[in-house]
Design a protein around this ligand. Structure first.
Ligand code: NAI
Length: 328
């Protein structure tokens, strides 16, 4: 049998954590043959709740779960981590300005970046789920100079999956008939779900839809504002679907994307598609042998260009704000 993979999960006692940990323990994060050891990080007040979840994980009698340790200190939690899922973040509360939000999250993601730099395994892969995910990932990356920058990613896979689901519904096809969906830009309401490069049963998706009014006034805003729709209906934010997307993100990163398809990930830009280098922006990526590459050479029409630029402009603003705060 193989040595267990160390998976550190922050915000373990939160609602995404509750959905996520059982999927990891059951082997869905990495694959059915890979044992995992969970390292959970919480704030001191929530450690007891995390211990409760650990009792339930024990009661799952998961054959692939090699152990669970719980910490309130990032230095310990990231020691030896091969995979880090940064879920815990400071939510925006009433009356909070954007600067306050970024600063509060800087107080979380800076020490976590430092802890990853100091103690994580050489093959560490980081996924930031906690919002504002792209900029939180940027902050963590800035404080981990010894870790290759491309190991810091932000989650736009939930947006990607939502876009596939909405498109499949519109066309009356199965989700597995849809390939090459792309989310561009920020994980926020400015994100741009692109169907011009997507395929439905091998046909161009925009041509298959052939409905500009639906694309502009239903599809794009529905995907971008789906989070709010869930809160409105459920009385709480997306949790199981977010956990599902985090599983998908890491699973593909580790095990590769299927031939003839790609996924969306927030990754440090190399300047592709005019996105300023270093920004963590969502791109179409192909994963292979544990690493990923931004898909090159896609045609970006005027409609798409304007929307990508708007979302990237928001990322630039966020970067400038955290730069001013001394967080990157
Ligand atoms: P939650 O509030 O239920 O749980 C967050 C947990 O993080 C809490 O248990 C809290 O104690 C913990 N936490 C806070 N600061 C921490 C720190 N410094 N270290 C370790 N743990 C810490 O929130 P939920 O619903 O689980 O969501 C978590 C985050 O994920 C939020 O920021 C949310 O906005 C974001 N999210 C992102 C999505 C995406 O697509 N990228 C989708 C859905 C949610």
């Amino acid at each position: 049998t193989q040595a267990p993979v160390n998976v550190t999960v922050t915000g373990a006692a939160g609602q995404i954590g509750y959905a996520l940990l059982f999927r990891i323990a059951s082997g869905q994060l990495l694959g059915q043959d890979k044992p995992v050891r969970l390292r959970l990080l919480e704030i001191p007040q929530a450690v007891k709740a995390a211990e409760g979840t650990a009792l339930e994980l024990e009661d799952g009698a998961f054959p692939l779960l090699a152990g669970i340790d719980i910490f309130d200190d990032p230095k310990q939690a990231f020691e030896g981590a091969n995979i880090a899922l940064l879920v815990g973040a400071r939510p925006r509360t009433k009356g909070m300005e954007r600067g306050d939000l970024l600063e509060a999250n800087g107080g979380i993601f800076k020490p976590q970046g430092e802890a990853i730099n100091a103690g994580a395994a050489d093959d560490i892969k980081v996924l930031v789920v906690g919002n504002p995910a792209n900029t939180n990932a940027l902050i963590a990356k800035a404080h981990a100079p010894d870790v290759p920058a491309e190991r810091f990613t932000a989650m736009t896979r939930l947006d990607h999956n939502r876009a596939i689901a909405q498109l499949a519904k519109k066309l009356g096809v199965s989700v597995s008939d849809i390939k090459k969906m792309t989310i561009w830009g920020n994980h926020s309401a400015t994100q741009y779900p692109d169907i011009f490069n997507a395929e439905v049963k091998g046909q161009n998706a925009a041509e298959a839809v052939n409905d500009r009014e639906w694309l502009e006034n239903e599809f794009i805003p529905r995907v971008a504002k789906r989070g709010a729709e869930i809160i409105e209906a459920r009385g709480a934010s997306s949790a199981a679907s977010a956990a599902n997307a985090a599983i998908d993100h890491i699973y593909n990163w580790v095990n590769g994307t299927p031939e003839g398809d790609w996924v969306s990930m927030g990754v440090p830009s190399d300047g592709s598609y005019g996105v300023p280098e270093g920004l963590i922006s969502s791109f179409p990526v192909v994963c292979k042998n544990g690493s990923y590459e931004i898909v090159q050479g896609l045609e970006i029409n005027e409609f798409s260009r304007a929307r990508i630029d708007a979302s990237v402009a928001e990322l630039v603003e966020e970067r400038d704000a955290v730069t001013k705060l001394g967080l990157v």
